[in-house]
Design a protein around this ligand. Sequence first.
Ligand SMILES: [Fe+2]
Length: 222
Amino acid sequence: MADAKKYTERDFSKVRGLNGLSNGQIEEHLKLYAGYVKRTNALTERLFGMCNDGKASGADPVYAELTRRMGFEYNGMILHEYYFGNMTPGAQPEPPAGGKLRKALEASFGKYETWVADFRAVGTMPGVGWACLYQDPSTGWLSNHWITLHNDGNPAGFTPILVMDGWEHAFMRDYHVVLVEDCVAAPTKEEHEATLHNMRTYFGHVVDSTTLMSVWQSGGRS
Ligand SMILES: [Fe+2]
């Protein structure tokens, strides 16, 4: 019997010193990527085991939901690898005029600026997901796409050219998110506490108004 395939976390230690994304943000994000690799392997092993035990059945809700979940975890792993693989410290902010990518963008969008405007529009759409530039291998045409979560909207067989993570976790650490706990409210005390816990754990800092005022009055030095 063949063994279940196992994916290995890729090394992105060279993705540091970027313009616009701090090292701390990248390091937090890489931990999240590691989770996708781990869960993809766990799901692969579980589904492989069910298949080999003759328990694969579309009528089994457990098998069906694990299989559906695979699309989310697997694409989460792969898209993050394209994303981190995209980024190099000191890279030029734009593809050089006359270069291969620039020419391909101009061929598909008319003008480079038109592509930029379209990619920005896709990247600022509400919701969690990705803005991606793909190439259709059958025509060579380039097009921008919105990928909801990680798995909804990937054009089958297209080649990713530029992959941008639009989930808040990709940039929020650099925005110094602060929630002032005694200036917000929820319908119940439990919901309020749960929100504070969520914010503190995943999104940023939770402080009270006295602390915030003292930081402001000290010019941000405390
Ligand atoms: Fe991400």
